[in-house]
Design a protein around this ligand. Structure first.
Ligand code: FAD
Ligand code: NAP
Ligand code: SF4
Length: 674
């Protein structure tokens, strides 16, 4: 008899009446950018097939619009014509070949549509979109409802097992349900019943069009996190009404895109919103799905075991590791390549109109072009440096059958990730290092810690991969050797007792992180959901409309000045979907963020600067230098000579604009070719 699963609730089947799901994992909808063009569908099919083979019971595609007005952007994915059905069959047959199920998400963008044909309940422009929508007429409302029913029927014909109707995140249906965006005075606006009528009617007509044995997931906004959102009574009323109208499952939606509260970033505590789903459970009898920042099996199991939900939704975690479910099912959680919720390669790409991928798994959405096939002739490969670039290269190369030795000068693997994981809100970065430790053992990489590589040590290798990373850039400033001046590595590694007043030179990603580290007083709110909700002003009971309350940030541990020479607002180059969170976090802690600063000198009085030509002395105890990095390439000179194949990756290759996404991508791609 096989061992019982360590996650019995997660692995329990779920009977929907007409179909039984093999486990409680729903792969949530995630736009990849492969939905928009017919020629990308073979890639989309390969992407889903890989996840289907990894054991997930039910998946949901990225959003497809039921009408042109509902396009997210011009020529975005839609399902409105019979001629579009064939391309979807590639996806459904690829998924069904692995015995999994897939639903198509029907998403009408409403006022979030990035084009001039957008429509909404009322002609109110969204703060995050330059296009003003046209208010739908009563006939227009009817046409959109019919469009949903037609699209759902086409989805059924394309072989989908169901549809998810997107009723949250501030898209069209959600816009109808709340006073913030619905100012109508006809039968589709006014009180709660009228406002939710559009959504309920869509669910009813989709059920009618597709019959009883078709999964109908309704994504319900349980916490709008915007002013003028719904309160708890309106949310419960909507849940009951969509259940009565024929929904099979309710999936939880948290926060509009225009909300100023992070909902999925790495600083959001794991499983933070499961309690919101739990509150709805006694009110309805259909299965409920908990979502947001559920990334490891123990988190998912705890939610299910506590009866907070019937299923858990994970989108990005399955981008990061397509075999997540199979690994959890066999009790190998330590083998999971964990989503660290950085958004750098998934959401940031989508917002830049690029195909999504994953920082920790560059194969995501590139399954057909980046393959790790067994090596034709195994070679002896030395990888120097166990930062993200070297770790990725070494483990992929060894996984392909090469004999790999990984040299690391420090006493532990990880490189700069060992500093990153100390930042409040970046605790997840430790998971990547745990994953790589596991892969090193699993693939048989010979790891030599505490061993700076030299030309002699590398002499017997066929291939040398230099992944030695970076060194912090030294600055040319009078007083740079003053005891007040310290480097960020010493600060983050805890080698300096930093004073109460601090100036930071350099406001790039690391300057921002160092500021967050220095102002944090006590444990990070990212590991304490209650405190995190207070800091961001979330009322999880939705007793207030939209679930907002006044934010109550904790006190700052230090007074910090974050400085840059360039004019303008510091932080403008931070991540597309996360930069605002870093800026808001520091603002809440009173950090002085200044651009256009000229550094003059450091002396006992502090840091002398000129701001807009006006001289000032910042009376600080310490000046932390975060002025970027230079490649560490000293080893390269020793390796020159004929007959040796040498590659340089990660920060050792190019330090400018380096991040872990590029480091890991470069490591994996090189290893795939060796
Ligand atoms: P490194 O991580 O620098 O690793 C190089 C390794 O080589 C080191 O372990 C070093 O000891 C070793 N080494 C050097 N010389 C030798 C030698 N001769 N022999 C043996 N070993 C040697 N990136 C993101 O994408 N997102 C983030 O949110 C993010 N946050 C960050 C926060 C902080 C505080 C810091 C410091 C960095 C952050 N980064 C982030 C950047 C990211 O960590 C780096 O881009 C990434 O680590 C670069 O990887 P690498 O392998 O090229 O180099
Ligand atoms: P960075 O983003 O290049 O920023 C360096 C900062 O130092 C800039 O503010 C720059 O601004 C200043 N600077 C440069 N040369 C200087 C000099 N000679 N004297 C004084 N100031 C100088 O580098 P970083 O902050 O070190 O980050 C390194 C990489 O890690 C980044 O590329 C980033 O992508 C990655 N990272 C990412 C995240 C994330 O959240 N995604 C977090 C941390 C790090 P001025 O020239 O205007 O003064
Ligand atoms: Fe998760 Fe970051 Fe990968 Fe996106 S890019 S799936 S957030 S690890």
């Amino acid at each position: 008899m096989s061992d019982p699963s360590p996650y019995p609730h997660l692995m329990a089947p779920l009977d929907l009446g007409f179909a039984t799901l093999p486990n409680r994992v729903l792969m949530g909808s995630m736009h990849t950018g492969l939905e928009d063009r017919a020629r990308d569908f073979p890639r989309l099919a390969a992407y889903f097939a890989e996840r289907a083979s990894g054991g997930v019971g039910l998946m949901v595609t990225g959003g497809f619009s039921p009408s042109i007005s509902g396009w997210l952007k011009p020529f975005a994915g839609k399902l409105t014509r019979r001629g579009e059905v064939a391309r979807h069959r590639q996806v459904t047959s690829a998924v069904h070949a692995h015995g999994a199920r897939i639903c198509l998400q029907l998403l009408h963008a409403g006022r979030y549509a990035y084009h001039p044909l957008s429509v909404a309940p009322s002609a109110l422009k969204a703060p995050i979109n330059p296009f003003r929508p046209r208010a739908l007429s009563s006939r227009g409302v009817e046409r959109q409802i019919q469009a949903f029913a037609t699209a759902a029927r086409l989805a059924r014909d394309a072989g989908y097992d169901g549809v998810e109707v997107m009723g949250s995140e501030g898209y069209l249906l959600n816009q109808f349900t709340v006073p913030r965006t619905n100012r109508r005075s006809d039968g589709w606006g006014g009180g709660v019943a009228n406002r939710m009528r559009f959504a309920v009617e869509i669910v009813r007509r989709v059920r009618e069009a597709c019959g009883p044995d078709f999964i109908l997931i309704y994504r319900l906004s349980m916490l709008d996190l915007v002013d003028g959102g719904n309160d708890w009574a309106a949310i419960v009323a909507q849940a009951r009404a969509v259940e009565a109208a024929g929904a099979t499952i309710i999936n939880t939606g948290i926060g509009w895109h225009e909300a100023r509260v992070p909902t999925i970033a790495t600083s959001v505590p794991r499983g933070a919103f499961a309690g919101v789903t739990a509150r709805l459970r006694p009110e309805v009898s259909l299965p409920l799905v908990a979502t947001n920042r559920i990334n490891m099996p123990d988190v998912a199991e705890a939610i299910l075991a506590a009866g907070q939900a019937d299923m858990v939704s994970m989108a990005r975690p399955l981008l990061a590791d397509p075999r997540w479910v199979a690994k959890a099912a066999s009790g190998r959680a330590e083998a999971i390549n964990t989503c660290i919720a950085c958004n750098q390669a998934c959401l940031d790409h989508v917002f830049q109109n690029r195909i999504a991928s994953c920082l920790v798994n560059p194969r995501a959405c590139h399954e057909t072009s980046l393959e790790y096939l067994p090596a034709a002739s195994p070679r002896r490969i030395a990888v120097v440096g166990a930062g993200p670039a070297g770790l990725a290269c070494a483990t992929v190369a060894a996984g392909r059958g090469h004999a790999v030795t990984l040299f690391e000068a420090a006493g532990a693997i990880g490189g700069q990730f060992n500093l990153a994981r100390r930042i409040p809100g970046k605790e997840e970065f430790s998971e990547t290092l745990r994953y790589f430790r596991h892969r090193i053992a699993e693939t048989g990489v010979e790891l030599r810690l505490g061993t700076p590589a030299t030309a002699e040590l590398l002499a017997g290798s066929d291939v040398v991969v230099v992944a030695t990373g970076v060194v912090p850039r030294a600055i040319d400033l009078e007083g740079r050797d003053h005891p007040k001046v310290v480097g960020y590595t010493d600060v983050l590694a805890g080698r300096v007792a930093v004073g109460r007043r601090v100036a930071i030179i350099g406001a790039g990603g690391i300057g921002f992180d160092v500021a967050a580290f220095l102002v944090q007083d006590g444990p990070s709110p990212s590991v304490d959901p209650r405190r995190w909700m207070q800091e961001w002003g979330v009322d999880p009971t939705s007793s207030t409309p939209g679930g907002l309350q006044p934010p109550r940030p904790g006190p700052a541990a230090r007074e910090v000045w974050l400085l840059q020479r360039s004019a303008g607002r510091p932080g403008a180059r931070l991540g597309r979907t996360t930069g605002w969170i870093h800026r808001a976090t520091l603002r809440a802690k009173g950090v002085h963020m200044l651009g256009g600063v000229e550094y003059r000198r450091v002396d006992d009085a502090g840091l002398h600067v000129a701001i807009d030509g006006e001289a000032r002395v910042l009376d600080v105890d310490h000046v932390v230098v975060c002025a970027g990095q230079e490649p560490r390439r000293d080893l390269l000179g020793e390796l020159a000579g004929p007959g040796r194949e040498v590659h340089v990756i990660g920060g050792a290759d190019v330090a400018a604009e380096l991040d872990a996404k590029r480091a890991i991508d470069q490591g994996c791609r090189l290893a795939a070719l060796l």
